[in-house]
Design a protein around this ligand. Structure first.
Ligand SMILES: Nc1ncnc2c1ncn2[C@@H]1O[C@H](COP(=O)(O)OP(=O)(O)OP(=O)(O)O)[C@@H](O)[C@H]1O
Ligand SMILES: [Mg+2]
Length: 270
């Protein structure tokens, strides 16, 4: 392939993490939704965020993409302090952070072909399919779709295929950071595993830096290097995924693992 997306990123360094969140508080009105959250992610690594519904996972993701403002604390993403950066720096930073959405049915425009959707991601000002055809074909192949499907519309695809298209759209611009929020939860269980394998493979070959959000611990384990456990808006445990799954320290982490047969098996054998 001739595109540049296969380029590996520089090795992780301690001085320049992709994400550096410190003492983050987020409130909606008088309700505190995140409290004292610290999150650090080196380049080339994936952190899984787990926690039950309402624990604040999506809110944390929205803080990282800049759509939710902190009440307190500091948020630095890809070298940009989101609290103090100027508008143009924020705009540039946001483009380098790609969110892969949860719902493959509502996230793709029904009036655009797959090629038009990807061309628009590549160049929102002048979205020309012909100019980017090689890149678009290459990405469709990489996500397991045939390049000759590029002129079809979303309704001609299954949910799993649409999620492959959404992944291609998120990754085609070679983002510095990928945020995947429950990207398999709207899919059939059998399809979930395929999408997960696809993402895990791409992650390894490209050295993606990713925040992977799921309430399913087995799913998180498949793609993450580290895990952060959120409980009622606070981080109750964090660390390398093997360590946390094999030897959870917090009762809430244990409860999540016990409630999740896939990862509980791991904790017995691992
Ligand atoms: N825009 C908002 N206004 C008010 N409250 C909100 C808003 N967004 C989220 N919340 C509240 O913040 C808390 C955390 O929500 P969030 O969506 O981050 O949870 P989550 O962990 O992603 O849950 P789920 O697993 O269901 O997606 C919840 O109590 C939610 O009701
Ligand atoms: Mg959520």
């Amino acid at each position: 392939m001739t595109d540049t997306t296969t380029t590996r990123r520089p090795a992780a360094t301690d001085v320049d993490p992709m994400i550096d969140v410190r003492a983050l508080d987020v409130a909606f009105g008088s309700t505190t939704v995140l409290h004292g959250v610290d999150l650090r992610l080196e380049r080339g690594r994936t952190v899984g965020i787990v926690g039950e519904s309402g624990s604040g996972k999506s809110t944390l993701a929205k803080v990282l993409v800049g759509t939710v403002k902190p009440a307190a604390g500091s948020v630095t993403v890809d070298g940009v302090d989101l609290g103090s950066a100027h508008r143009s720096a924020l705009h540039a930073a946001r483009r380098r952070i790609q969110m892969i959405p949860q719902d493959p049915y509502s996230s793709l425009s029904p009036r655009r072909t797959v090629a038009q959707t990807l061309a628009e991601a590549i160049d929102p000002i002048r979205p020309r399919v012909a100019t980017h055809e090689d890149l678009i074909s290459g990405w469709l192949e990489r996500v397991g779709l045939s390049p000759d499907m590029m002129h079809r519309y979303p309704h001609e695809f299954s949910g799993g295929q649409r999620q492959r298209i959404a992944i291609a759209r998120g990754l085609v611009i070679d983002p510095h950071l990928v945020i995947a929020d429950e990207i398999t939860s709207a899919l059939d269980v059998s399809v979930q595993a395929q999408i997960l394998e696809l993402l895990a493979g791409i992650k390894e070959s490209l050295g993606l830096t990713m925040v992977f959000i799921s309430h399913n611990l087995a799913v998180v384990q498949r793609v993450s290097d580290e895990v952060v456990v959120l409980y009622q808006g606070e981080v109750v445990e964090s660390g390398p995924v093997e360590q946390i799954y094999a030897d959870p320290q917090h009762w809430y982490t244990r409860r999540l693992l016990d409630a999740d047969p896939g990862s509980a098996r791991f904790s017995l054998t691992g």
